[in-house]
Design a protein. Structure first.
Length: 373
């Protein structure tokens, strides 16, 4: 019995020290970014709240069962408060997967449309919309009044995809799963993957999936404390799309139309700049890169629109086989973005657009202006 008590004490000490270090690191990360917006009292309340929740968890576990101590091994992975959460999913082994299913090179509109459909499903899920089931109340007195009431918080405010990756940004006030990173990440990852597999036959009916070669994705979650960091993240991903697509377009032009092997094409492009690739495409193959489809050059932006922003306000185009409307690069918002009512928010719908979000004007005057409001 004494040995068991010693084990309990050792585990508890490790957990408490781990929690203390985590809280300290959170404050050091959070404080510089929110020094003006978060008071010392707020930080103190946050620390005390974390400690009290830990204390209640310990007492509840120990009181219910002699085996409850095993839960001490669970890490407290709640994310920092008042920060944006970005989840990025990447296809795992997609080079082999795309080859086995005959994806067209350098871009396959079917594959991109399938990614967009899976991402749209994530946005339209309860988690994506910011609605999730209320946590059960520990108090019997409040159980009846709270059990059927859904909790509301910020869902996904913006998503961006290119090639075999997709990023989803959650608003600062997201309270899903009490901000437990592992829960949010795995829910988004599994929802996206399930939708991808479910919709596969719609886009690739001639190439059925096989159990030993299923599409899989890995994921990570990143936190950003400021609006600027969130904007720069999405700019970074679109710059990456620009660079990769220009390279791949030139590479496959050399292979398909220039009779170059893969090794020779890579060697030809080694050390070249963007202008060099443009010259190769135009002078040797009469391909004007600027005329390539916007979805290939800029990727896909998934954004929420409300009925108040009528479709007549935009120049629209149907860019995919699934007939999902996509706005062209010269789309502009007619008038300032208005504050949305609760009923309008519920009626929002997901729009897939292919625009340049690297320019600040997209975030200030364009559709991006409503993302951070």
């Amino acid at each position: 019995m004494k040995a068991q008590s010693a084990v309990y004490a050792s585990i508890a000490a490790q957990q408490w020290s781990r929690l203390a270090l985590r809280i300290l690191s959170e404050i050091l990360i959070l404080w510089p970014h929110h020094f003006k917006s978060i008071s010392k009292i707020t930080c103190l309340q946050y620390v005390l709240g974390r400690l009290l929740r830990k204390f209640n968890f310990e007492a509840f576990s120990m009181a219910n069962s002699q085996f409850g101590y095993v839960r001490h091994s669970e890490l407290d992975d709640r994310l920092l408060p008042n920060t944006f959460m970005v989840i990025r999913l990447d296809g795992k082994g997609f080079t082999k997967f795309s080859t086995s299913h005959g994806f067209m090179k350098p871009n396959d509109i079917r594959a991109l449309s399938l990614m967009n459909k899976a991402a749209t499903h994530v946005l339209e899920s309860d988690l994506g919309r910011g609605h999730h089931a209320a946590l059960p109340s520990k108090s019997k007195k409040n159980a009846k009044t709270t059990s059927n009431q859904p909790k509301k918080s910020n869902g996904i405010i913006l998503a961006y995809g290119q090639s075999d990756e997709f990023s989803f940004a959650f608003g600062r006030n997201c309270q899903a799963f009490n901000r437990r990173g592992s829960k949010i990440l795995t829910t988004v990852l599994s929802t996206f993957t399930a939708a991808y597999v479910y919709s596969w036959n719609e886009f690739f009916p001639e190439s059925p999936l096989e159990i030993d070669n299923l599409p899989t994705f890995d994921g990570r979650i990143i936190q950003y404390a400021t609006d600027q960091e969130l904007r720069d993240y999405f700019k970074w991903r679109q710059v990456d799309a620009h660079i990769n697509n220009l390279y791949n377009t030139t590479f496959w032009a050399l292979v398909k139309f220039g009779s170059r092997t893969s090794q020779e094409a890579h060697a030809d492009l080694k050390g070249t700049f963007a202008k060099d690739k443009h010259s190769i495409l135009f002078e040797r193959f009469q391909i004007n890169y600027n005329n390539e489809p916007e979805i290939f050059k800029k990727g896909s932006i998934l954004i929420w629109l409300s009925p108040s922003l009528t479709t007549s306000s935009y120049e629209e185009g149907s860019d995919t086989p699934t007939q999902l409307l996509a706005l062209t690069s010269n789309t502009e918002v007619a008038g300032p973005t208005e504050k949305l009512s609760t009923s309008t928010i519920l009626a929002r719908f997901v729009k897939i657009i292919h625009q340049d979000l690297i320019k600040d004007s997209w975030w200030i005057e364009g559709l991006g202006s409503q993302v951070l409001n």
